[in-house]
Write a protein that binds this ligand. Sequence first.
Ligand code: DC
Length: 229
Amino acid sequence: MSNKKIIIAIDGFSSTGKSTIAKQLAKHLNYIYVDTGAMYRAVTLFAMKNNYINNQSFNQEKLISNLNSVQLNFKFNANLGFAEMFLNGENVEKEIRTIEVSKLVSKVSAISEVRKKLVSEQQEMGKEKGIVMDGRDIGTVVFPDAELKLFMTASADKRAKRRYKELIDRGDKVNYEEILHNVQERDHIDSTRTDSPLTKANDAVEFDNSDMGLEEQFERIIRLVNDHI
Ligand code: DC
């Protein structure tokens, strides 16, 4: 008998290693992996490119009225082993990870119209199950009936160090204080916004990976998965 396909929802603060574990899980189970943060980042990039938002101002109405012109697609890249984000046909995978986008994304993702559009696209992607999705509201709003929900946490300092290393490794010029400030500011905005704030679902299993190695974490999670399939 083949295993039953399930939905795995992974939520948590920024840079808690959600995407690393989600990618690993998807590969192991031969599931689809969806990084919903990439979708919010791509909408933010769209708003930046059209001058609806910058560090000083944000024309929310303009963004809302032009949301129909935002087309998001994931295309699997076999060399990388995961799907890259495309915005209106253009590969924006690298551009959406910059600190400039990180600084504005929480403001864009607080808008209900943006969330409504992306949540419905995410639900569509999970219709057939066999999916690992990470974000902030996956276990609470997108898939409240997901068979397995994980909630990842780690100290702000550990998370900022991870993010700093990632950006430095790819050649970006950033300083640690700026990253730490961004991580803390996003934690605050993401968990206090009115629409779908980041919160742990009652039935989610919490993982604090401040001091947990990747392997140990993966093994524990696989055991949970096996209980469900
Ligand atoms: O996972 P990430 O750091 O790439 O996400 C970027 C931002 O997008 C995050 O600060 C909040 C927002 N987000 C959200 O509001 N809901 C999601 N499901 C995923 C991300």
